[in-house]
Design a protein around this ligand. Structure first.
Ligand code: DX5
Ligand code: ZN
Length: 214
């Protein structure tokens, strides 16, 4: 089943609870955390995740675009994140693994993320302990960018590794995903689609979520 994780980066930050209510038919709520260091933008932090937690029963899918995430993963879990993903580029292999372990110790789902220029092989050291792998289909930092179709072989390669190993790991894509690009993502093997502008820019949000799910 295809899952939809709308990114609230494209919501109205002055009305987040209202805008999260609009995506009640989705599967996850994608929360983009940016530190102004790992990516050239600053967005949501721990207090906002905590404030959002009681506004929805959907799992909070927290995408950490922060340097050395090991420093903060426990706080995001305590704030109410259900899924926490860390970029493999954000620290050493040892420290990323330690971050995944800390997330699991909190009883939450953990995963890794790869930027467009990072090869598929970068997920291999973590694959056996990941609940989810996220492949960026834009450079992380901003919503509303164009989908990078050339990331599809990477998605297909990671899907093959997940299936070969019989892992239950989910495979998520993020960036520029909309009605025109969702098919190639699914064909390549993604099962979770993040969509920011495609969801919040739609006139009928529930209809758009349904369309993306297919
Ligand atoms: C980009 C973020 C994405 C972003 C996607 O760094 O990780 O989640 O919100 O936005 P769209 O779907 O508009 O490309
Ligand atoms: Zn994201």
């Amino acid at each position: 089943m295809v899952k939809i994780s709308p990114s609230i980066l494209s919501a109205d930050f002055a009305n987040l609870a209202r805008d999260i209510a609009k995506i009640a038919s989705a599967d996850y709520v994608h929360v983009d955390v940016m530190d102004g260091l790992f990516v050239p933008n600053i967005t949501i932090g721990i207090p906002v995740v905590k404030a959002l937690r009681p506004t929805t029963t959907l799992p909070l899918d927290v995408h950490l675009m922060i340097d050395r995430p090991l420093r903060y993963v426990e706080q995001f879990c305590d704030a109410g994140a259900d899924i926490v993903t860390c970029h493999v580029e954000a620290d050493t292999e040892e420290n990323i693994r330690a971050a995944l372990d800390k997330i699991h110790a909190k009883g939450k789902k953990a995963g890794v993320v790869v930027k467009p220029k990072t090869p598929a092989e970068a997920v291999l050291p973590f694959l056996d302990v990941c609940d989810i792998v996220l492949v960026m289909t834009v450079e992380p930092g901003f919503g509303g960018q164009s989908f990078m179709a050339d990331m599809m072989p990477k998605v297909a390669q990671i899907r093959a590794w997940i299936d070969e190993r019989g892992l239950a790991c989910e495979l998520e894509v993020d960036g520029g995903v909309g009605p025109k690009t969702r098919d190639v993502c699914i064909e390549a093997g993604a099962n979770v689609l993040v969509a920011g502008s495609a969801v919040y820019g739609a006139e009928d949000i529930p209809a758009r979520i349904k369309e993306l799910r297919g």
